[in-house]
Design a protein around this ligand. Structure first.
Ligand code: PMP
Length: 355
């Protein structure tokens, strides 16, 4: 059989692989591969979904109700808030808006798996700056990596998949070192799980006011448990966000997602109680792993990082045999989400046997 002639794909795209999700879990397994929230949706959120405006109508293209709500909460104008179908969409929109052929985008590595494809899809070049030996962003090296071709820098705090935060002081020094016309994306997808008092909090510190080149990213996927509805937001300068609104696909936030996000904000005290439960489980996991002799970094997110190095594939298979679906990064380590209560002891048991 001869191969059919297919449309020409841009070489930069043909060289990339589509985004790959963590393994799906069988009915008896714990799915600890995508940093999801293990709790069932709140009844009030389900109710909001049921009362969603008729689905034969398009949603409000600007998600104005949610932007107004978030604006009031953070003390910014609604136009300083941008809502999209997941914060990963906003990452795409911002990189498309700032970087093109010949431009560079700097980010730490290892970090969120979606980052490498972002500059490449835009035709730009990614510049990866290795994490420090204790799995943190090396902000000095990242500032050194900024050239006159750099259009954007992505910072991830807490860092997925290793867990440590960037401190306020580190961030303040970094921003001063980066030219004011370079976009800095502060990806705070896991912010609600942070307990370290010295962690940067782009929204509480209102960094985007002093530095209009900083955009803070948040999501409803993790702490708020709406991963399946796809909704995230950014706060920053109105004109920067206008550029993201321009590169984004119109009408991609559904009315169901907007309603559920608003209901989640209404139910925030209850959701934050759940976050506290996850944080307590995280502490037990980290302490348990350390007691077994694992050198685990201080995760401030809803996952922990097991540095399994060359043994990663075998170690991941051992977790899988015990119905624990985790996220291996071959040759490096395993990211394990902090999930259901019963999963904690089981993770510790398997990790202990690997020592
Ligand atoms: N940023 C980071 C660091 C993440 O880990 C994730 C999800 N894994 C996202 C952004 C995207 O989240 P979402 O698109 O679900 O909002």
């Amino acid at each position: 059989m001869t191969e059919p002639i297919l449309p020409r794909i841009r070489p930069a795209i043909a060289a990339l692989a589509p985004y790959r999700q963590g393994k799906q879990a069988g009915p008896d397994a714990f799915k600890l591969s995508s940093n999801e929230n293990p709790f069932d949706p709140l009844p009030s959120v389900l109710e909001a979904l049921q009362s969603t405006t008729p689905i034969n109508r398009y949603p409000d293209a600007t998600a104005a109700r949610l932007r107004t709500r978030l604006g009031a909460r953070y003390g910014v104008e609604p136009d300083q808030v941008h809502v999209a179908s997941g914060s990963v969409s906003i990452l795409h929109q911002l990189i498309l808006a700032t970087a093109s052929v010949g431009d560079e985008v700097v980010y730490a590595w290892r970090s969120f798996e979606a980052y490498p494809s972002l500059p490449l899809v835009a035709g730009a070049t990614g510049v990866q700056v290795p994490l420090t030996t204790d799995s943190r962003h090396d902000l000095d090296a990242m500032a050194d990596a900024v050239t006159d071709r750099t259009r954007a820098v992505i910072l991830c705090t807490p860092n997925n998949p290793t867990g440590p935060i960037i401190t306020s002081a580190e961030f303040a020094t970094f921003v001063e070192r980066v030219p004011a016309d370079v976009l800095i994306i502060l990806d705070e997808a896991y912010a609600e799980f942070v307990t370290a008092p010295d962690a940067v909090d782009g929204l509480a510190e209102r960094v985007f006011e002093r530095h209009p080149n900083v955009v803070v990213l948040r999501t409803f996927s993790k702490a708020y448990g709406l991963a399946g509805l796809r909704i995230g937001y950014a706060i920053g300068h109105e004109k920067v966000l206008d550029a993201a609104r321009t590169t984004g696909i119109p009408l991609s936030v559904t009315s169901a997602a907007e309603n559920a996000a608003i209901a989640s904000l209404d139910a925030e005290p209850e959701l934050l109680e759940r976050v506290a439960v996850i944080v307590e489980r995280r502490t037990r996991l980290l302490e348990g792993l350390r007691a077994q002799g694992w050198e685990v970094s201080d995760s401030q997110a809803n996952f922990v990082w097991l540095p399994t190095g060359e043994r990663t594939d075998d170690a991941a298979a051992a977790f899988l045999e015990n119905d624990l679906v985790v996220r291996p990064f071959s040759g490096d380590g395993i990211r394990i989400s902090v999930g259901e209560e019963e999963s904690i002891a089981r993770v510790l048991e398997v990790a202990g046997a690997l020592r």
